[in-house]
Design a protein around this ligand. Structure first.
Ligand code: ARG
Length: 450
């Protein structure tokens, strides 16, 4: 494509080092759409005839079809998807093909293709996130009133319900979706027409091109448009955080599925056995999700590092944006799909949850709150209940069976009435707290707007 200036062919190693066709081939539908829109603007500008446009359009559509059917041979001598398609077009239709690159550079072309690719990915991934949210909502609804301990420091804290616990993940995923929808606004701007870095002396109708490609507008500084990869960093951050959330969910499920907790059972279809230990049923999907989150973080760091030292405008370093981007999209897509299936098939072991939740220590804070309602300052109440807990350990008697009045006369006989899980949950009515009514209302709200 640049033979005019060179007297030596590109070295083989340089070709292998610099090719991107082995991974950027997947931009092809966007590359074709971008080229057709670009050619249409060339007709409007009077540099391409209607007839030439038709040849370009049908030639590109045939190439697109051939690629999608696996009947296209990519060549690494042509480096990337842009040159592979353009060279093939010219081979197929001749002179008209050679006009296509007028007023365009691979720099604005690759930025356009990548933005379109990101837009499609955002739209698919927000749908997948909604799918996982609804699988979680189904489980949350089924086990809305199943009480289990809530933990801090992985030590039993206070009672919650399975519904409330799972809804926490629905919240996280909702923020993830919002972040992607917000990033989409910055993704969906057309850089096409920015040329190599300084536009072109041949002025094509950029708005028309943008509208045809479904962009919301055009970029307003050609130098920024060529070098901007912020949108990639933003969505890689969003994917990293989705991964972080799925990884936390995974960790909860790994614990819940252990014999020690026993709160949940994953289906046989979503677990694996051991080649050695016949009894094993392992939560590999959860572990893989937790493990793959590292890649999502790594990909974010790759793009941030690639852009940090670049002078304006295009530098070849920017070609390194695509593998992390594609890898994160592939990883998060599968993670969402498999987790949705796995959650939909997950069973909660109500009895094990109830057994764990019957630990009276979960209501130690409620007991302190009872003293507060009797007029005792919280700090003193905390200390009195702390003494009661210590007595329960030394006397080897569960807190709810202890004669609290012996620990301190501030406890009256009615203090023991605190040890009622249903009442304890029912009292937690403040917004966001886990009363069953609240949880049910939240499930309804999510059903209407997730
Ligand atoms: N394959 C290149 C990339 O992904 C396309 C742009 C190449 N531009 C250039 N000036 N060499 O970044």
């Amino acid at each position: 494509m640049w033979k005019g200036r060179f007297s030596q062919a590109t070295a083989d190693l340089v070709q292998q080092y610099g090719e991107s066709i082995s991974y950027d081939w997947r931009l092809y539908p966007h590359d074709v759409a971008g080229s057709i829109a670009h050619a249409r603007a060339q007709v409007k500008a009077g540099i391409l005839s209607e007839d030439e446009f038709s040849q370009i359009e049908s030639g590109l559509k045939e190439i697109e079809k051939d690629i999608s059917e696996g009947n296209f041979e990519f060549s690494i001598e042509l480096e990337d998807i842009h040159m592979n398609i353009e060279a093939e077009l010219t081979k197929r239709i001749g002179a008209a093909g050679a006009k296509l690159h007028t007023a365009r550079s691979r720099n604005d072309q690759v930025a356009t293709d990548t933005r379109l690719y990101c837009r499609t990915a955002i739209d698919q991934l927000t749908t997948l996130i909604s799918g996982l949210q609804s699988a979680l909502l189904d489980r949350a609804e089924k086990f809305a009133d199943t009480v289990l301990p809530g933990y801090t420091h992985l030590q039993r804290g206070q009672p919650v319900t399975v519904g409330h616990h799972l809804l926490a993940y629905v919240e996280m995923l909702s923020r993830d979706k919002d972040r992607l929808i917000d990033a989409r606004k910055r993704v969906n701007i057309s850089p096409l027409g920015s040329g190599a870095l300084a536009g072109s002396t041949i002025n094509l109708d950029r708005e028309m091109i943008a509208a045809e490609l479904g962009f919301d507008g055009v970029t307003t500084n050609s130098m920024d448009a060529i070098s901007d990869r912020d949108y990639i960093a933003e969505i890689l951050f969003s994917f990293a955080l989705v991964g972080g959330h799925l990884s936390r969910l995974s960790e909860d499920l790994i614990l819940w599925c252990s014999s020690e907790f026993g709160f949940a059972t994953l289906s046989d279809a979503h677990t694996t056995g051991s080649s050695l230990m016949p009894q094993k049923k392992n939560p590999d999907v959860c572990e893989l999700t937790r493990g793959k989150t590292g890649r999502l973080y790594g990909n974010l760091v790759s793009i941030l590092t690639a852009i940090k030292g670049l002078p304006l405008t295009y530098n070849r370093d920017l070609q390194e944006d695509k593998e992390p981007l594609f890898d994160s999209i592939d990883t998060i897509t599968m993670a969402l799909e498999v987790n949705t299936e796995m959650i939909a098939a997950m069973e909660i072991n109500v009895e094990a949850c109830q057994e764990a939740a019957s630990d009276p220590l979960l209501l130690a804070t409620d007991l302190a709150d009872w003293l507060v309602k009797e007029g005792i300052p919280f700090r003193s109440a905390h200390e009195l209940v702390g003494k009661a807990v210590a007595a329960s350990y030394t006397e080897n008697t569960p807190l709810d069976q202890l004669d609290l009045t012996k620990v301190d006369p501030a406890f009256k006989a009615e203090a023991n009435k605190v040890f009622n899980l249903q009442k304890a949950l029912a009292a937690r009515t403040n917004p966001g707290a886990p009363s069953i009514e609240n949880v049910t209302a939240q499930i309804k709200r999510w059903r209407n707007n997730s």
